[in-house]
Design a protein around this ligand. Structure first.
Ligand code: CAA
Length: 254
């Protein structure tokens, strides 16, 4: 694990720190593989209930590793193990929080789009500069950006390639909060720790339900939501009992 640092700074929370500072945390195959491996461990570990991904103060991630591109042709680049890494992130069922300082460009911006909650530091810059190197966002950006910020803002980012600052990212909905750069990770960890106290089962269902809104027609997703809500869990009974007994619930994920 040379390209990431994985830690457990709060109960129930895994922190994945991208650690290729010399390349501004460019998403090499190896780095993506390590993120995917950490997420697979987080998924299998009942103790981990929420994951935070961050970079460093200068850069969350400057995108796909451009230096890996010429080695292979683009179809091979796009279809290789990189894609498996992206799929793992995309399908990760537990809450994923991004703490973004500095550059979130290209694949780095696309990575934030796969996170459920994005906290931006004041120095954060979100952008899709691929057009400047003769390509366009190919890790989900052309599809997820319009769903997140609408068509014309997406076109502005994708066709022009210039980044937007943290305040604009918040105004457009790419980030939910902007905080002082040195506070970004702490704030993300606080949110993750609070999420980690909730029922893991309800969290998983809530995340799946919200994501359905982007994938399915409304009548289908509404009926699936209703079905999932009717599902009786021990955690639901525990939540109601704890409320009545004026105590903190103790959720088990069943
Ligand atoms: N891939 C590989 N290396 C990268 C990189 C990237 N995406 N971004 C930066 N680096 C490397 C630089 O090559 C440089 O390395 P050296 O010191 O060995 O030369 C180091 O990181 C520091 O970068 P700069 O000296 O360029 O730093 P700067 O502060 O002057 O500029 C920057 C910062 C504006 C982010 C600039 O580095 C830049 O434009 N990077 C490329 C951003 C980009 O185009 N990202 C999209 C990639 S394609 C993609 O993600 C999508 C896809 O769908 C396939």
């Amino acid at each position: 694990m040379d390209n990431t640092i994985v830690s457990n700074p709060r109960p129930g929370v895994m922190l994945i720190t991208l650690n290729r500072p010399k390349s501004l945390n460019a998403l090499s195959r190896a780095l993506l593989g390590e993120v995917a491996a950490a997420l697979n461990r987080a998924e299998a570990d009942d103790v981990i209930r929420c994951v935070v991904i961050t970079g460093d103060e200068r850069s969350f991630s400057a995108g796909a590793d451009i230096k890996e591109m010429p080695e292979s042709d683009i179809p091979k680049f796009a279809e290789s193990e990189r894609l498996r890494g992206w799929k793992t992130i995309e399908r990760f069922p537990k809450p994923l929080v991004a703490a973004v300082n500095g550059y979130a460009l290209g694949g780095g911006c696309e990575l934030t789009l796969l996170c459920d909650i994005v906290i931006a530091g004041e120095n954060a810059r979100f952008g899709t500069p691929e057009i400047k190197i003769g390509i366009f966002p190919g890790d989900g950006g052309t599809q997820r950006l319009p769903r997140s910020i609408g068509k014309t803002r997406t076109m502005m980012m994708v066709l022009n390639g210039e980044p937007i600052d943290a305040r604009t990212a918040k105004e457009w909905g790419l980030a939910v909060e902007v905080v002082a750069t040195e506070r970004t990770v702490e704030r993300a960890l606080d949110i993750a720790a609070s999420i980690a106290e909730k029922s893991p089962l309800a969290l998983r269902m809530a995340k799946a339900d919200v994501l359905m809104a982007f994938e399915k027609p409304l009548d289908e997703s509404l009926s699936l939501e209703r079905k999932m809500l009717l599902w009786q869990s021990k955690d639901h009974r525990e939540g109601i009992a704890a409320f009545a007994e004026k105590r903190k619930p103790s959720f088990t994920g069943r």
